[in-house]
Write a protein that binds this ligand. Structure first.
Ligand code: SF4
Ligand code: SF4
Length: 457
């Protein structure tokens, strides 16, 4: 369909002028049911971001991504770098989840859950409305007067404070509240590096939210750039019903009166009437605004709505259909699968490897021994007093050479162990054996390896 609007939106980002300069977007605050829903979702999400590192499950934080120490806690389950299969599984499931979720629901994440949008739209923009009024595009707010200057200074002072707070939220997720508190409470010279990291991140957040803003979504975010390949005609998105709306104009027969209200609330400054665009973060502000207009002019609501291009063109129900249910089912299965893999993990991680270059030793006329290097990682929040038993063959013995049996919380125990077997238990040059790692009588993990002996032939 040939639209009559200027085509410049196809030639360059909407927030760049034809001379290549930044065009500031001054979005009006939307109001309506979608904005209310989004506000509720946003505050739940922000509360989660703030509280998750403080909530403890079995002594582990609900969420921690300690990249430096390669220690991650997901819903209270500690995951170490050694859990490589789990890390690979999490990454694989995450990629599949992102692709499927985007194919079905489009950029719902961007408008409703992405921290960039949450903080920009629900925190910084609201502070801006508070200090400078709802519509900063008005000439009044741009006039250089002492009152406007003071307003701007006050706004930026609050922006800086909020940026420091967000830095603390971020660092709680990365290093945990205890280490962050140490940086904050102890003398600065003890944590000079930590202090400068905090300062740097705070300045970065301030710059992002006060100045760079929507350009993160429209120019930098890799997820945003992927939309072109992930979305198809059945993906759900915020779209303008051109069948109903066109021909547009105050005196035209279409429902759109071309009032530009939908553009005035758009945080990325685009005109959704031009069709799906990379800059649209599916925030729904234009739905609310257009619904207000529709109500005023006595036309049916949802000229702009959540729908798919396919649904719009065919008139078929397309938001919740068989495909959505099927893909959502796959997503649910993936999450359950990942949940089981995380929660079914062993509390310890053991490796038993034969000492490099060693074969077997003859102890006496009937017994042989092998030397192994034992390494046990305690993934729990409690110390463990461990003991080793040879499960198969039951008549053999296993012994820690260091005599140390205390495995500290989240610590590592390393020792050489000696396994003794009677020659009647040997099945050949290499005999499979099974080692049990116990805490008291509780079996924590079984480990399979091989015992070398003389050839029986
Ligand atoms: S708010 Fe609705 S009526 Fe006004 S221009 Fe946008 S789509 Fe058309
Ligand atoms: S076009 Fe509508 S949904 Fe998309 S970003 Fe703008 S206001 Fe939000």
């Amino acid at each position: 369909m040939e639209l009559e609007t200027p085509r410049t939106f196809r030639d360059r980002p909407i927030n760049i002028t034809d001379t290549g300069h930044r065009k500031w977007i001054y979005a009006r605050q939307p109001k309506g049911i979608w904005y209310t829903r989004r506000t509720i979702v946003a505050w739940i999400a922000i509360s989660f971001l703030v509280l998750a590192p403080f909530v403890k499950i079995n002594g582990n934080p609900l969420m921690l991504f300690d990249v430096a120490n390669r220690k991650f806690s997901i819903f209270g389950q500690m995951i170490w770098a050694q859990d490589s299969y789990l890390m690979a599984l999490i990454m694989g499931v995450t990629v599949v989840f992102i692709v499927l979720f985007t194919v079905i629901y489009g950029r719902l994440w961007c408008g409703w859950a992405c921290p960039q949008t949450l903080f920009l739209e629900m925190v910084y923009r609201r502070i801006e409305y508070l200090f400078e009024g709802n519509y900063r595009g008005s000439k009044k707010n741009h006039k250089v007067t002492s009152q406007n200057f003071l307003r701007k200074m006050a706004k930026h002072a609050v922006f800086i404070l909020i940026s420091i707070l967000i830095t603390n939220i971020f660092l709680n997720w990365i290093i945990g509240p205890e280490r962050l508190w140490a940086i904050i409470s102890e003398p600065i010279q003890m944590h000079l590096f930590g202090f400068f990291v905090m300062l740097g991140i705070s300045i970065f957040y301030y710059w992002i939210y006060a100045f760079f803003r929507e350009q993160v979504c429209t120019m930098i975010c890799p997820y945003g750039r992927l939309q072109g390949v992930l979305l198809d005609s059945k993906s759900v998105a915020v779209i303008y019903d051109y069948k109903r709306g066109e021909p547009r104009g105050p005196k035209s027969t279409g429902d759109c009166i071309d009032c530009h209200q939908c553009i005035s609330v758009c945080p990325t400054g685009i005109d959704i009437k031009n069709g799906s665009q990379l800059e649209c973060i599916n925030c729904t502000a234009c739905i609310d605004e257009c619904n207000i207009v529709m109500e005023k002019i006595n036309r049916p609501k949802n000229l702009i709505r959540f729908d798919s291009v396919y649904g719009l063109e065919t008139g078929k129900r397309s938001v919740l259909n068989a495909r959505t249910y099927a893909y959502s089912g796959v997503l649910a299965i993936l999450i359950v699968f990942l949940g089981i893999a995380i929660f079914e993990r062993k509390p310890i991680d053991t490796t038993i490897l034969r000492v490099s270059g060693s074969i077997y030793q003859r102890v006496d006329s009937v017994n042989y021994s092998n030397l192994y290097l034992l390494k046990i990682i305690n993934k729990t929040q409690t110390d463990k007093r461990i003991n080793l038993k040879l499960i198969t063959p039951g008549s053999g013995t296993i012994q820690l050479t260091t005599g140390q049996t205390l495995l500290k919380t989240q610590g590592i125990l390393e020792s050489v162990v000696i396994v003794n077997l009677n020659k009647k238990d040997l099945t050949g040059k290499s005999t499979p054996i099974e080692v049990g790692i116990y805490e008291g009588n509780t079996l924590l993990q079984q480990y399979h390896t091989n015992f070398l002996g003389p050839d029986r032939k």
